[in-house]
Design a protein. Structure first.
Length: 230
């Protein structure tokens, strides 16, 4: 029996993916830290990579909130990580109505390490939040998300024109506080619901009192009182 267990564990170990194996990470913007801008600002969003190994080509799509941001119709340009012989086979088809940049692709000599793959210029149109969502990513013609690479999406928060931009640390603390408050409120609502359900399940004793009709058993309301002859 022990031998069978050991053999099974050995097979699982051999077939399972090596979780400790580092894979490249492609990030839009600043990842989980929002990019903070004001209305009318023109700025660049980087698409970067961490841990590339012999990268010779890549492709990706990027989506955004077209009501908040407008992308430069020129599409993507080369990032500082790419060697001089790299060229963009497609800077991407920019759709400022639907909020998409489709089919960005480039290739060149092998490069390893971390840095910016591409830059995309945007203009902030109005106050709001725009996600930066990377999709349809392929590295070296491999499109196996989760196995050969990981993705980290970003976001842009646009404030009123001329308004001071909050420090990222302040925004992070505010986000943590709001998340904690939301968790506390949800826990409080669940506790109240459990209390109400517990009260409904309790079978309270029914006191009786003598009347001229006999002894009456009191319920939760006078209309529910039941009398029986003495």
């Amino acid at each position: 029996m022990l031998r069978r267990i050991l053999v099974g564990l050995a097979i699982v170990f051999c077939l399972a993916p090596r979780l400790g194996h580092a894979v490249p990470i492609v990030t839009a913007g600043s990842g989980p830290v929002p990019v903070l801008k004001n209305v009318s600002d023109i700025f660049t969003i980087p698409i970067s990579i961490t841990g590339a190994v012999d990268l010779t080509s890549f492709q990706f799509d990027l989506s955004f909130n077209a009501g908040v941001l407008q992308a430069n119709t020129a599409g993507a340009t080369a990032g500082s990580f790419l060697p001089a012989d790299w060229f963009f086979t497609s800077p991407g088809a920019v759709d400022n109505t639907g909020g998409h940049i489709l089919g960005v692709s480039a290739n060149g000599s092998a490069v390893s390490g971390s840095g910016v793959l591409a830059n995309i210029e945007f203009k902030a149109l109005m106050v709001g939040v725009s996600p930066l969502t990377v999709s349809n990513v392929c590295l070296n013609f491999s499109c196996n998300l989760g196995t050969d690479f990981l993705l980290v999406n970003g976001s842009v928060i646009v404030g009123p024109q001329g308004a001071p931009v909050p420090e990222p640390s302040t925004l992070s603390l505010l986000g943590v506080w709001l998340a904690a408050w939301g968790m506390y409120g949800a826990a409080l609502r669940r506790r109240r619901q459990r209390g109400v359900q517990a009260l409904r399940r309790v079978d309270l004793p029914h006191p009786t009192r003598p009347t001229r009709f006999g002894r009456c058993r009191m319920r939760l309301s006078p209309s529910d009182t039941v009398c029986s002859p003495s």
